[in-house]
Design a protein around this ligand. Structure first.
Ligand code: SF4
Ligand code: FES
Length: 250
């Protein structure tokens, strides 16, 4: 293989094209690098840091780092696994992720990555923040508790739906997703059930109304195969129209 156009990932040669990041080339070659804020359809956001890899001895975000010939990339060392585990634990304690009570359980990327990494406990002290639920939209419920601020809905709404319904506001622990509507509620926004922004959420923050338990627990996306085999939520979830559309509040 021509070493000018390859780098090494866990000892394997990975071919890459001009402009590829390490993540782009690895996913195309069938090599899974854990990620949450990355979706190949959008420009990288670089916020979750879960895609950290060791490149020539330094920890780097693989979704933003351009691939270069001859790089030595470690995607599976104990140090990298522990770093990812800590990042996941921070995500779990920062929000309220009550998986057994979440309709997205079994089809949630956060949960699936935690299983893949082997995270057995949150380890850190839970923040238990008080966060609201916005059920003002006729077809969609928004759970601030579950949002990991990956920014995918922001990018999808702006770049694909051309609506800019979502934005991230505030800093640090006070950061939250806000909606572009006169009263700040999702129901007053231009969001529609079939928007790309609804499809891309990797967790259970943007959820359809009227479709609960359509897929039984045990038969959901990641119930039988790990995320490294199945891939991202968005690649599998084309929401159907809701059974009922209660527009009575409008
Ligand atoms: Fe990401 Fe979902 Fe939160 Fe949007 S609502 S920022 S897609 S986790
Ligand atoms: Fe790279 Fe989130 S997937 S920072």
């Amino acid at each position: 293989m021509n070493t000018e156009n390859t780098f090494r990932l866990d000892g394997k040669d990975i071919p890459f094209k001009k402009g590829d990041t390490i993540m782009d080339a690895a996913l195309r070659a069938g090599e899974y690098i854990p990620h949450l804020c990355h979706n190949p359809e959008f420009k990288p956001h670089g916020s979750c840091r879960l895609c950290v890899v060791d490149v020539n001895g330094r920890h780097q975000a693989s979704c933003t780092l351009p691939a270069e010939a001859g790089m030595e990339v470690d995607n599976s060392s104990d140090a990298i696994r522990q770093r990812r585990e800590l990042l996941l634990q921070m995500l779990f304690v920062e929000g309220n992720h009550t998986c057994p009570a979440c309709e997205k359980s079994g089809a949630c990327q956060l949960q699936a990555v935690a299983y893949y990494i082997g995270m057995l406990s949150p380890h850190l002290t839970h923040f238990f923040p008080k966060r609201s639920i916005d059920a003002s939209h006729p077809d969609i419920v928004f759970y601030h508790n579950r949002c990991i601020l990956c920014g995918l809905c922001v990018r999808a709404s702006e770049q694909v739906d051309r609506k800019s319904v979502f934005a991230i506001s505030g800093r640090g622990i006070d950061s939250k997703l806000v909606f572009n509507s006169p009263d700040g509620k999702l129901g007053g926004s231009e969001l529609e059930f079939t928007d790309k922004a609804v499809e891309v959420c990797p967790v259970g923050a943007i959820m359809p109304k009227h479709l609960g338990y359509e897929t039984p627990v045990g038969q959901r996306l990641y119930d039988t195969k790990p995320i490294s085999v199945v891939g991202d939520v968005a690649a599998h979830s084309k929401p159907e129209k809701p059974f009922i559309s209660d527009k009575s509040h409008e």
